[in-house]
Design a protein around this ligand. Structure first.
Ligand code: SAM
Length: 217
């Protein structure tokens, strides 16, 4: 074997090892967190971003101040939704007056590989009002946010409901793709025209009395 073929074999070997490490890491975080970093669909993102944008617009009209508005994405996956939202809100910023709010998007992602990928995208094509945090959002103080977006799974939504109750942030709206939030008031629901007829939910404000089988005791 000459020197060049030996080098090629080493490169191929490294690629296989790195690919396997990524697959194992994603499988591990999926088991640990209860959900894979599966991205939301284009249609789901469009409606979520539209609702968020409209909310920020209405908010800045009703309570004009210089206080920054921050939006949290709870479980960013590969960062597609967070990037689309932050880009859209950047446009809002540039249309606004210097006195109006600057809108930050903080995207929480605990799984290593998706988070590294999000950081890599931020390095290659940075979006100034976007930050990815490698943190378990369930262990964070979320009280400073004005809006939450999420795409999780039923147990994840129950955990968020408990957190909202604990931190008394049920009055702050939450947009959820696909899964409902127990014991909170549904303000609106949009059914996507996809093969699963995926619902997108908007929760806010009035708190329902917990029922016996709510899983929040
Ligand atoms: C279905 S993906 C969301 C994808 C993304 N929001 C989108 O719309 O494209 C759910 C993500 O939430 C992350 N996740 C689940 N529980 C979490 C937690 N407690 N803290 C941080 N991230 C979490 C998972 O690692 C996964 O990447």
């Amino acid at each position: 074997m000459d020197f060049i073929s030996l080098n090629l074999v080493s490169v191929q070997f490294c690629i296989i090892i790195v690919t396997l490490a990524i697959i194992v890491n994603i499988a591990y975080s999926t088991i640990q967190l209860g959900i894979s970093p599966m991205p939301s669909t284009k249609a789901a993102r469009t409606i979520m971003v539209q609702w968020a944008y409209k909310y920020v617009q209405d908010m800045s009209l009703s309570t004009p101040s210089t206080k920054p508005v921050a939006i949290a994405e709870l479980g960013a996956g590969w960062g597609g939704l967070a990037r689309q939202l932050a880009r859209q809100l950047n446009q809002f910023d540039s249309k606004s007056t210097p006195q109006s709010k600057s809108i930050q998007v903080i995207a929480y992602e605990q799984a290593l590989c998706p988070w590294l990928y999000c950081c890599m995208l931020q390095t290659i094509a940075p979006i100034k009002n976007l930050e990815f945090r490698k943190q378990n959002f369930l262990a964070q103080d979320l009280t400073a946010f004005s809006l939450y977006l999420t795409y999780l799974y039923p147990q994840g939504m129950q955990a968020i409901a408990k957190q909202r109750q604990r931190q008394q942030i049920q009055a702050t709206p939450l947009i959820s793709c696909a899964f409902a939030l127990p014991n909170e008031t549904l303000i609106k629901k949009h059914i996507l025209q996809d093969w699963l007829n995926t619902p997108v939910y908007w929760y806010e404000g009035v708190i329902c009395q917990p029922s016996a089988n709510n899983g929040l005791s």
